[in-house]
Design a protein around this ligand. Structure first.
Ligand code: ADP
Length: 404
């Protein structure tokens, strides 16, 4: 049985049992809270104080009735009303007190010899027994009710303690997340300047070498080319980091204008063909697909999707892009013939920094940001992005955008 400890030092198992395991101090504290929650006049002490008056009033009524109507059968049983009333309003303790008082009065007024306390024979005692048993049953039921209420209160306190703990943990997480985002933003800004300088210098040297046309310098030219390529890769990664931190800070603004989706995709595909040297087919829509969008940001989405399709499929396989119209929306599909994505990862890949285990262990590099950024861009255009894939049969990414 697993036990949980909370700040309030109250112990409960997962079935809500466990009050037996509470120490006396905790139990008393809980009872105090329980009593404090009831109105003041229902405090048990008030019950003990009022109880003799209630029993006496009940007794007086019985005696009066007897005087008016003559001897009553089971007249003593009327006193059970006083016990019931006390139990309902003040709980088990005052109810037991009411039973004791009533039993004494019954003995005094109804058990022969009348006018004397303390029964002497078993026969006399047996006359009181039904009353005492009924009274004790009422007290027992009341005690059970109280216990159930205490348990409910205990659970409530437990839940409150958990909620408080959760809130503190949440706040800490939010703070940590904010610090991380701030760090990302500052680090990427700081990294960008030296890398742009390195790239600029490498390109300048490459141009100078090209002018000299000196065959001895060819090796240096190749090295400079590699520096330029790697610096370009770094720039792309830093741009992604900057994008994701501005997205989280809600700083990304869209600059919408009217454009044709066919043109946006065509331009991206031409670039990607040149960059990758891969076969990328485009099945354009037969009619213009006019949208009011930020074409630069949308191009970024297609670069990510086509770039991934190229990255995660074999060199010989083609990447197929198709554009179509459906009722009130435009649909772009990017299909590859790679390994595919298992079903349980098809949603997670859109989370920032998530990379499928396969990708993590492969030589394919990446930060796991492209799809998260793409999702944000598409959703800001009131669109939808998703993936359909069967392991071993490639993947198809869909982007749906409202026509305007
Ligand atoms: P990155 O490619 O930099 O890792 P992305 O956000 O673009 O980041 O993609 C997240 C993850 O989704 C990738 O790491 C990869 O596991 C998976 N993924 C994305 N596109 C494809 C694809 N076309 N085929 C297989 N897996 C993919």
């Amino acid at each position: 049985m697993t036990m949980r400890a909370t700040q309030s030092r109250i112990y409960v198992d997962r079935h809500g049992r466990g009050m037996k395991r509470m120490n006396f101090e905790d139990r008393a504290k809980l009872r105090k809270t329980y009593i404090a929650q009831s109105p003041r006049w229902r405090h048990p002490v008030i019950g003990y104080l009022l109880c003799p008056f209630i029993v006496a009033l009940d007794m007086l009524t019985i005696l009066l009735l007897q005087k008016m109507l003559g001897p009553l059968h089971f007249s003593g049983s009327f006193l059970i009303l006083a016990v019931l009333f006390t139990a309902l309003l003040w709980g088990a303790g005052p109810a037991i007190f009411a039973i004791v008082l009533s039993t004494l009065l019954l003995d005094y007024y109804f058990i022969t010899p009348i006018g004397q306390l303390f029964v002497r024979t078993w026969t006399d005692a047996s006359q009181l027994l039904p009353f005492v048993i009924s009274g004790l049953t009422i007290a027992l039921i009341t005690a059970q009710r109280e216990r159930a209420r205490l348990k409910a209160l205990l659970t409530e306190q437990e839940l409150q303690a958990y909620a408080d703990e959760l809130e503190v943990a949440n706040k800490k997480l939010e703070d940590a997340n904010e610090t991380k985002d701030r760090f990302l933003s500052i680090a990427s800004h700081e990294l960008k300047t030296p890398i742009t300088t390195i790239r600029g210098l490498a390109q300048l040297m490459m141009r100078r070498l090209a002018k000299q046309r000196d065959p001895d310098m060819e090796e240096i030219g190749t090295t400079l080319n590699k520096i330029n390529d790697q610096a370009q890769r770094l720039t792309t990664l830093i741009d992604d980091l900057m994008d994701v931190s501005s997205i989280r800070a809600g700083k990304v603004e869209l600059h919408r204008r009217k454009c044709d989706l066919n043109d946006v995709c065509r331009e991206v595909i031409e670039d990607q063909r040149l960059l990758s040297g891969r076969v990328i087919t485009l099945d354009e829509s037969s009619e213009p697909v006019k949208l009011q969008v930020d074409d630069g940001r949308l191009a970024q989405v297609f670069v990510n999707l086509i770039g991934n399709a190229v990255k995660y499929s074999s060199e010989e396989s083609p990447v197929e892009v198709g554009i179509g119209k459906q009722n009130h929306s435009a649909l772009v599909r990017v299909r590859d013939h790679g390994k595919g994505i298992p079903r349980d990862q098809q949603e997670r890949i859109f989370e920032a920094f998530y990379r499928a285990p396969d990708a993590q262990t492969s030589s394919k590099q990446g930060l796991g940001l492209g799809l998260a950024i793409s999702k944000d861009i598409v959703e800001r255009h009131e669109g939808r992005i998703w993936c359909e894939s069967e392991p071993g049969q490639g993947s198809t990414f869909f982007v749906e955008l409202p026509l305007r």
